[in-house]
Design a protein around this ligand. Sequence first.
Ligand code: NAD
Length: 409
Amino acid sequence: MNSYETTVRYFDHAAGLMGLSKNMQRLLLTPEREVKVQIALERDNGEIATFIGYRMQHDSARGPMKGGLRFHPEVDAQEVLALATLMTWKTAIVNIPYGGAKGGISVDVKALSQGELERVTRKFVDEIHDIFGPDKDIPAPDMGTDAQVMAWIMNQYQKFHGFNPACVTGKPVELHGAEGREEATGRGVVTVTEALLKRANHPISDVRVAIQGFGNVGSFAARFLHEKGAKVVAVSDAFGALWNNEGIDIPELVRHVAQHKQVVGFNGADKMPSDELLVSDVDVLIPAAIGGVLTRDNAREVRAKFVVEAANNPTRPDADKIFDQREILVVPDVLANAGGVTVSYFEWVQNRQHFKWELSRVRKELDRIMIDSFDKVWTIATERKVSLRTAAYLLGIGRVGRATVLGGI
Ligand code: NAD
């Protein structure tokens, strides 16, 4: 089952419980626009390379569409559409005035020089500049893209439409970016983890955590957990995994990764086989890397009592069912990792007002939105006796559905 089928399965389940008609379900699932473009690049060595770029605009009933750009060799139309659909529910669940979109280029950024990456980015903007913008669709970073790529997008967009930094978010702080955007997704993950643990009468300072992925989201989640006194006992990245029963010294590990670009080789922990991380002896498991890692093959072995989905789509529906049966509480991606898009929204607001917020304000507003959203989802789950994922979908689909009907079909 691929990512798109996974998101449709979760949608179908919630839509069925809501009693949504088949016609309404089809309307809400069908993307508004799917764009696929050719990006031709003359490489530094004179060779010609051709890449395919996508922008999937799923839904704009609640406002301009919003979603990241992923530059990765495995990017394809189905994957991007799945992620665009998730964005629609995610922006609705945290109640920010956006719809959902996603984009990407099927390219291995590690094989490009900095100059080639810049040219690919600018050519992509040349192809899609008419369909995005502050009131239409606002891209942001995702895997393989960063603040520098967003700066090039802003600059290239300006050549067609004039100065308008609100056309893209996740920009460098020195170029109309927001304080706190980089840490936002990891911070949001920890805020909902703490809210969940409170409901379960588990102080965060007592828990043991495993985190898969030590990139932007995983490393910031680890830092905030460490600050709150939780023991991060296992971490991994694409190169390997580490274990320290007493808790890893996260600030030290962050320094190590800044220098060596991988967790392996850090001498404050032991090496462990990467596939053991997901089933290790912890209270909280945070997948923060790639999709589809929790499957029916490993779900029965998971020992954590709580799973917080920092990555998009990490849990296949079969595994989700097993977690439900085993009473493992799962905070779904559409809620857990919504901190990034929330602070992107703050960046867009600041750009439009030409007024900069302090970091303390960004954090306070982010924490408030994450806690309010978690509380709403928790209440629905309790009242309707459904999982947190189904409750989140009920909330998100309900809001998008109402906006669609109110706006007129
Ligand atoms: P990133 O590229 O900064 O980091 C990804 C990390 O995962 C790296 O440490 C990489 O080595 C590791 N990784 C890759 N394959 C792995 C594997 N097989 N096993 C273990 N580790 C592996 O990406 P990111 O921005 O941190 O995003 C991580 C996830 O969070 C993605 O699913 C992304 O869609 C999601 N997400 C990110 C944001 C954001 O603001 N960055 C927002 C919402 C959701």
